[in-house]
Design a protein around this ligand. Structure first.
Ligand code: PEP
Length: 249
């Protein structure tokens, strides 16, 4: 049985004071038996959030990391640095990183491998642009990105990876993929994992949908057999909305 996972992606929002206030509001509430709840926050919030999350079932994640363990990479943060803080998850290959920070499939793969080396669980994002969807290339794009991201992992690591299918045109736009369209692509991504690592890994890997998920549409996605949760941006920023998403999973 795959445990559903709701992960909030705060992007570049919230000061430490705002983050700790948010956490105080969701503590004990965004904690539901049988659902994994993860908050992926800016680096500066991580020590305070890890401290606040002690004794709760909420896990803390980062939104990026470098693939090297250390070195002359000004402004970068390594997996070991995140692990030392008590961070458990890291979002990798988010479409905003791919679009604004030139992250390629090769870089995402290096980061995915480095995350496991550091003891972190990667949430790897894949998804098509609007023009790729309109040209009928959605599945091909997702196949290439998924296979590239997971390349070189063991089957066990691949099974532990969380994949987030995020059609880029649906992120932060209020335009969400229909639950049945998302299910179709996610079932296909599971098949891609099967081709790469075999049936057991494919049955175990958790695949989220992301793109304008809100408390009022989470149930439609969760009703689909292959959708194991959601990666949520905007709707994860308000305590009441985040609690509703975790309850809705
Ligand atoms: C995201 O940032 O990964 C995302 C899905 O954002 P939103 O929920 O705001 O569309």
């Amino acid at each position: 049985m795959r445990k559903p996972i709701i992960a909030g992606n705060w992007k570049m929002f919230k000061t430490v004071a705002e983050a700790t206030s948010f956490f105080a509001d969701v503590k004990g509430k965004a904690e539901v038996e049988g659902v994994e709840s993860v908050i992926c926050a800016p680096f500066t919030n991580l020590p305070a959030l890890v401290e606040a999350a002690k004794g709760t079932s909420i896990a803390i994640g980062a939104q990026n990391m470098h693939f090297e363990e250390s070195g002359a990479f000004t402004g970068e943060i390594s997996g070991a640095m995140l692990k030392e803080l008590g961070v458990q998850y890291v979002i990798l290959g988010h479409s905003e990183r791919r679009a604004y920070f030139a992250e390629t499939d090769e870089i995402v793969n290096k980061k995915t491998q480095a995350a496991f080396k550091s003891g972190l669980t990667p949430i790897v994002c894949v998804g098509e642009k609007l023009e790729e969807r309109e040209a009928g290339h959605t599945k091909e794009v997702c196949k290439v990105q998924t296979e590239a991201a997971l390349q070189g992992l063991t089957a066990e690591q691949a099974a532990q990876t969380v994949i987030a299918y995020e059609p880029i045109w649906a992120i932060g736009t209020g335009k969400s993929s229909t639950a049945t369209d998302a299910e179709d692509v996610i079932a296909y991504i599971r098949d891609v994992v099967k081709g790469q690592f075999g049936e057991e890994t494919a049955a175990a890997v958790r695949i989220q949908y992301g793109g304008s998920v809100k408390p009022n549409n989470i149930a439609e996605y969760m009703a689909q057999p292959n959708i194991d949760g959601a990666l949520v941006g905007g709707a994860s920023l308000e305590p009441a909305s985040y609690i509703a998403l975790v309850e809705g999973a």
